[in-house]
Design a protein around this ligand. Structure first.
Ligand code: SIN
Length: 486
């Protein structure tokens, strides 16, 4: 299938249920990071387009809030069915614009769809409360209402799933959305929008604004009083700017920001399981996830064995264009990402780290933004890549001696999104679960993402939770009613 032939190829703006060009007619290019080829010219939304989309969302939201939860649920379910029915086509679009291997792209489509399925059900479970009153003949009721128009800003690493996990709870709660997908990967979001139209989700509830001007669109969202909530997934630096911008009219905001996940392996762990978990956690999406293991802490007594086993497992990566069947690792998203990964690697080596394994570069890599999976040993605790998000396939391994020491290493970060722990000692699991400063902890597993679980972080990793029953809270206001009876 060529991209152009796909019925889900929609390189325009979706506003009020209609596909249109940008107000000033401008377009921007999207390229395939595996080949460097331009794959699409996409309408480039302006702040005026954002204003038009917000007005459409505000109109549509009024009727949607009045729509029964059963009807909302039914439409979300239909959308889920269509996404899964088109899984293969969506996966190809995703691989072509994002670079991840096709099998991983199929996984992301199913992962994104699982949020739609989950919130189709949760729509039916928006519960209020009846509270014991302080006086006779009174009643205290708590009801939940949609926050209104929500603006979402989503990243390029999971262009389908990150949008689905914001759109689905917003719609389930009775909100309408204006969405800005990442400029690198707008096509997956736009395809999702077309399927929402096909599912019969009313016009104006989902508006999608691809744009090369992230700052201007962000400001158009935060400065508009009709937008009552921002939901952002991306860097901590941008998250902080959005918090400041939202202060002007006290907009609600939820943030899924950067991570720096420690992956801790104790000497009593099942080492083969730890290596399998390390591969899954570190190298998913070529290391480009917020929950990727960023720094490995391995107990000194098993350090060499763990590193040898990990190096051997890393030899299984076949790197290239994700559309090719045998490929299991794609490129990084851009030349900038390649340069950042290289700078972090050079810094660690200049401080004494050793490259224990690095995949051989291949001629076929010349056209794309590939980076060789790299294992770094003897990494000093102060190397830049232990405090900055790597977002690339580099695994730095640091040795530790005691439990107290590794807890201190793990908690020394300003981030607190995910952490991983491998041990067979139940008491140790309890102690570390209590003490690690993180929003999510994988115990003897390297994969934690699940629509039924609350995804989110502490410290500078963000505010709020996505997925699970908690994921609906961010889209609902609480109203309390005090009733008096004679
Ligand atoms: C992310 O990288 O931001 C999300 C990853 C996930 O949902 O597993």
């Amino acid at each position: 299938m060529s991209l152009i032939e796909s019925g889900l190829f929609k390189p325009q703006l979706l506003i009020d249920g209609v596909w249109s060009a940008a107000e000033d007619g401008k377009i921007f290019s999207v390229e395939n990071p595996a080949t460097g080829e331009v794959i699409a010219q996409v309408a480039d939304a302006t702040p005026a387009d954002a204003k038009r989309a917000i007005a459409a969302a505000a109109r549509a939201q009024i009727a949607w809030a009045e729509t029964s939860v059963l009807e909302r649920s039914r439409l979300l379910r239909k959308w889920f069915d269509l996404v899964m029915h088109n899984q293969e086509e969506l996966a190809k679009i995703l691989t072509i614009e994002q670079g991840k291997p096709l099998a991983e792209a199929r996984g992301e489509i199913a992962y994104g769809a699982s949020y739609i399925e989950w919130f189709a059900e949760e729509a039916k479970r928006i519960y209020g409360d009846v509270i014991a009153p302080s006086e006779n003949n009174t009643r205290i009721l708590v009801i939940k209402q949609p926050v209104g128009v929500v603006a979402t800003i989503t990243p390029w690493n999971f262009p389908n799933a990150m949008l689905a996990r914001k759109l689905a709870p917003a719609l389930a709660a009775g909100c309408a959305v204006v969405a800005k997908p990442a400029a690198e990967t707008p096509l997956s979001a736009l395809a999702l929008g077309q399927l929402a139209v096909d599912a019969g989700i009313p016009a104006g509830l989902i508006n999608i604004l691809p744009s090369s001007c992230a700052k201007e669109i962000g400001e158009a969202f935060t400065s508009n009083e009709q937008v009552r909530k921002i939901s952002f997934t991306g860097s901590t630096a941008v998250g902080k700017q959005l918090i400041t911008q939202c202060a002007a009219d006290v907009k609600r905001i939820s943030l899924e920001l950067g991570g720096n996940a420690p992956f801790i392996v104790f000497e009593d762990a099942d080492l083969d399981a730890a290596v399998a978990g390390a591969i899954a956690s570190k190298f998913r999406n070529a290391g480009q996830t917020c929950v990727c293991a960023n720094r490995f802490y391995v107990q000194q007594t098993i350090y060499d064995t763990f590193c040898e086993k990990l190096a051997s497992a890393m030899k299984g990566f076949v790197i290239g264009n994700g559309l090719d069947k045998e490929i299991n690792m794609g490129p990084l998203i851009s030349n900038r990402a390649q340069q950042k990964a290289q700078a972090l690697l050079d810094d660690a080596v200049s401080r004494g780290a050793k490259i224990a394994y690095q995949a051989k570069q291949d001629d076929s890599w010349q056209t794309g933004y590939f980076f060789p999976p790299t294992l770094l040993v003897n990494v000093p605790v102060d190397a830049r890549l232990t405090c900055e998000e790597i977002f690339g396939p580099i695994a730095p391994i640091i040795s530790f001696e005691t439990e107290a020491q590794v807890i201190q290493f793990a908690n020394s970060s300003e981030y607190g999104l995910a952490a991983y722990l491998y041990t067979r000692d139940a008491n140790r699991i309890k102690r570390l679960s209590d003490q690690l400063q993180t929003g999510m902890l994988g115990v003897n597993t390297g994969l934690i993402s699940n629509a039924m679980a609350p995804f989110g972080g502490v410290k500078q990793s963000g505010w709020g939770r996505e997925g699970s029953r908690y994921g609906m809270d961010d889209y609902l206001n609480i109203k309390y009613l005090r009733e008096s009876f004679s």
